[in-house]
Design a protein around this ligand. Structure first.
Ligand code: ADP
Length: 316
């Protein structure tokens, strides 16, 4: 009996860690991102005799159990449409990344479900195909197909989405002493607002500066050049508009740079702000600075310090 064979000899259950991700990364608007090492969700996926997907548990935050509304199940169903196994899967979501934080909450769910299913099916798909499935999940959280959180979460390290259609992903080198410090002010910024605030047209000189900095950033990663990385982590297109929605942004940026951070900008579409730094001690110093700036406000916030993950989503 084939079903009995499946359920006795092959892995039936997997627990995965799915990282939070910083996307955009200053001059990499819409195309660049990296995953964190120590901040992320967990998910358990188990085979079921019944076909299809069901979500049996969601802990941490209030998210839909409806499989057509949760990004985890939507991306899983995109994979099942192609794989067509004669059994199904149940999903338990242990959400640690607050939805709408700007550090890839929905992306973490979209990637962990397709990664887990692929492992349980004996890895029929490669990372690029998994990214395509996960994009279907992201589509329902943001109304646009994008991969700048899920590609880094699936590939690990600095990752560039070179093109969406056809999907092309480039894995860039990651400098080994890089740490990231994140502050998440617990304010709500509506996606429509953070999109609507962006100009439809940009000036030629701003576009030129952005291209020059993106080229500099990529060269810096390939040559381990921290000085060039510092000179390149600028955003000439988006940050000046979106930062108006983030209280104390200018202070977070100027004080962290003055204290030695390599760069500081908005994570995703905000409200989280990230700083890239060299070494753990500097990361701790910058976290203290972020803390002291927000402590004088009455806004709740959380801070995180992490290395950049070179693995992305992994089985644990
Ligand atoms: P972030 O800003 O952290 O990347 P998003 O804005 O991408 O987060 O996604 C949050 C939106 O996606 C919310 O509207 C949330 O209800 C929806 N959503 C649906 N399923 C999930 C899920 N499994 N995890 C997180 N958010 C989800």
């Amino acid at each position: 009996n084939l079903t009995l064979y499946f359920f006795s000899n092959i892995m039936n259950e997997i627990r995965v860690f799915s990282p939070a991700t910083v996307s955009n990364v200053a001059c990499g608007f819409d195309i660049l991102g990296f995953p964190l090492d120590s901040v992320g969700d967990e998910m358990v996926v188990r085979k079921t005799i019944a076909k299809g997907i069901i979500i049996t548990k969601i802990e941490g935050y209030d998210l839909p159990f409806d499989i057509n509304k949760n990004v985890a199940s939507v991306s899983a169903m995109a994979l099942l449409d192609v794989a067509k196994p004669d059994f199904g899967f149940e999903i338990e979501i242990y959400k640690k990344i607050k939805p709408g934080s700007g550090i890839g909450s929905s992306g973490a769910s979209a990637t962990s479900s397709v990664y887990a299913l692929n492992e349980l099916l004996g890895r029929p798909f490669n990372k690029l195909q998994l990214t395509e499935f996960a994009m279907k999940g992201e589509l329902i959280s943001s109304n646009s197909e994008h991969a700048d959180n899920i590609a880094p979460a699936l590939f690990g390290g600095f990752t560039m989405v070179k093109s969406l259609n056809p999907l092309e992903v480039l894995q860039l080198p990651t400098l080994k002493d890089l740490f990231v410090v994140i502050i998440h002010p617990q304010i709500e910024i509506k996606t429509s607002e953070s999109r609507g605030i962006l100009p439809k047209m940009v000036s030629l000189s701003d576009a030129t500066k952005q291209m020059s900095d993106l080229g500099g950033l990529i060269h810096a990663l390939h040559t381990s050049d921290y000085k060039l990385l510092k000179k390149s982590l600028n955003d000439h297109l988006v940050e000046k508009h979106r930062s108006k929605l983030i209280p104390y942004f200018d202070e977070l940026k100027s004080k962290s740079l003055a204290a030695g951070a390599i760069g500081c900008s908005i994570s995703g579409s905000g409200p989280s702000v990230f700083a890239l730094v060299k070494g753990k001690q500097m990361a701790i110093n910058i976290e203290l600075i972020f803390n002291s700036i927000y402590s004088k406000s009455n806004i709740d916030f959380a801070t995180y310090v992490s290395k950049i993950s070179s693995d992305g989503v992994i089985a644990i």
